[in-house]
Design a protein. Sequence first.
Length: 199
Amino acid sequence: MDDETKEVRREEIAVAALRVFRRRGFALSRVEDICKEAGIAKGTYYLYYSTREEVLGVLLQHFLSEGRAGLEALASGPISDAAAAVGEIIDDAAQRLDFIPLFWEVAGHQAVQSEYELNRKLSELFDGLAEGFEDVLRAGRQAGSLRGDLDIPAFSRMIVSAIDGVILHAALFGDEMQVHLQEQKIELMNMIRAYTVGN
């Protein structure tokens, strides 16, 4: 089996594990459950992962990498409107709502924290996002399209907190909150636009 085929199989097992973790929670899931979901023998599982925690680690790394990719797109892309950036980030995160409850279930486990340094990585992710918004807002101020009385660092942190809250509520509190996700996104975008000159 070539490396590409092995990587595809490894990814298939991780996706099956994610389905199991979402249904049962990480604490109640067993390697046997993952094998059944993936349609593989237990011995096959151990060719790719040594423990249940290892496949969880792959899923966590993937989740954080996607967040970093979104941040890089904000920082390097042609986004001149902070409100549009908020909309894009919320829409992107909405595609991964089903992972967030699992993430929070395991984030408090000491072993997971130690191995993957989730608090540090999340802090870096949120700090980077706030800095990205600061850059967008400063560019807006230099262009004369942002009110001069705005505290840009504080406002950027508030935007990041609002994004986090909207996404977290939609993920943790089910369909009722998900129905309102787009409405909340639009209102948050409108709030940001209210600070532009001429509004």
